[in-house]
Design a protein around this ligand. Structure first.
Ligand code: NAI
Length: 305
């Protein structure tokens, strides 16, 4: 199977540096026309006094065009509906279609939950979760009309598994999986597939979080093949791929088969049965929420309630 994106248009938010830059270069290397979106800014979402990040985004555009590719710069903020609509208009004027959206833009404001100001919780939710919602809503009419689209959300191990000091970030990142679980159902009929990437890479977001020997292996470029895979013509939908330092894996939310304890079950009965009802050896993922409800009702019927 080959992954040729010639003639396709990819928007990568936050692609002025780090992972977004690597994804954009990887798409361009395989023929895609790319929109380099980045508002510039510091790691915590503040303003760069010297606007270095916008320069970084301009550099990514130049890197692509110097190699013979096609790329345009967009300085929009993913949290602004106005900016994202303008980005779509700019993309349509320049390239005439939108095949791919990679929601990658992100900020960090780490603090333990008890010390975190609500404003820091909100800012992180706004960029990661609401920003992905706003960018996705902006491209959707185009993708629906085309009856083709590939959307990637960027989650994190912090969302999947937790990370000390990242309650805001983890909540926003897991929210993106909840969003994807429904979008995969609603958008499939339009030829739009929505998947999730959980990367680990050495970027400015992680440069003080890991030792140099680890950072050397965690190249952003080694993550991008997962994004290209999720944006191919034969992409799955509703999947979560984890990627870092050359390893790729699938993450899934699963539920144990469980145990019917009766409509008059007590907490004591749950405690006594915990080992068997929590047994994950026969756990299954569900396609949609109602599959779980169906299990409950089937169990009740089978037990002649
Ligand atoms: P980064 O800080 O190098 O890149 C993020 C980019 O997003 C920056 O260029 C920034 O200017 C841009 N950005 C921030 N707010 C924006 C906004 N409102 N509108 C437009 N652009 C905005 O960080 P990195 O590591 O490349 O992160 C990329 C994505 O991957 C993020 O969503 C991050 O949460 C996620 N991620 C990264 C991990 C890692 O190990 N580096 C681990 C797990 C997830």
């Amino acid at each position: 199977m080959s992954y040729d994106f010639t003639g396709q248009v990819a928007i990568v938010t936050g692609s002025g540096g780090g992972l977004g830059r690597a994804h954009a270069l990887a798409f361009a290397a395989r023929g895609a026309m790319v929109v380099i979106n980045d508002l510039g800014g510091t790691r915590d979402g503040g303003k760069n006094s010297d606007s270095t990040s916008l320069t970084a985004a301009e550099k990514v555009v130049k890197e692509i065009t110097d190699l013979g590719g096609r790329a345009i710069l967009n300085g929009g903020n993913v949290t602004s509906e106005f900016d994202m609509k303008a980005m779509v208009d700019q993309t349509m004027s320049a390239f005439g279609r939108i095949d791919i959206l990679v929601n990658n833009a992100g900020i960090l404001r780490d603090k333990t939950f008890s010390k975190m100001e609500l404003v820091d919780f909100q800012a992180v939710m706004d960029v990661h979760l609401k920003g992905s919602v706003i960018a996705t809503r902006a491209v959707l009419p185009v993708m629906q009309t085309q009856e083709y689209g590939r959307i990637v959300m960027t989650t994190s191990s912090s969302g999947l598994y937790g990370n000390f000091g990242q309650s805001n970030y983890g909540a926003a990142k897991l929210g993106l999986i909840g969003l994807t679980n429904t979008l995969k159902l609603e958008l499939f009929k339009y030829g739009i597939r929505v998947n999730v990437l959980a990367p680990v890479a050495a970027t400015r977001m992680t440069d003080d979080l890991m030792p140099p020997q680890m950072l050397e292996l965690l190249t952003p470029e080694s993550v991008s093949p997962a994004v290209l895979y999720l944006c191919g013509k034969d992409a799955p939908t509703g999947e979560i791929i984890t990627a870092g330092a050359g390893t790729f894996a699938r993450a899934q939310i699963m539920e144990s088969e469980g145990l019917f304890l009766g409509l008059d079950a007590t907490p004591e009965m749950i405690a006594e049965s915990w080992n068997s009802l929590s047994d994950m050896t026969t756990a299954k993922p569900y396609q949609q929420g109602s599959d779980q409800g169906q299990k409950f009702i089937t169990n009740a019927f089978e037990n002649k309630v």
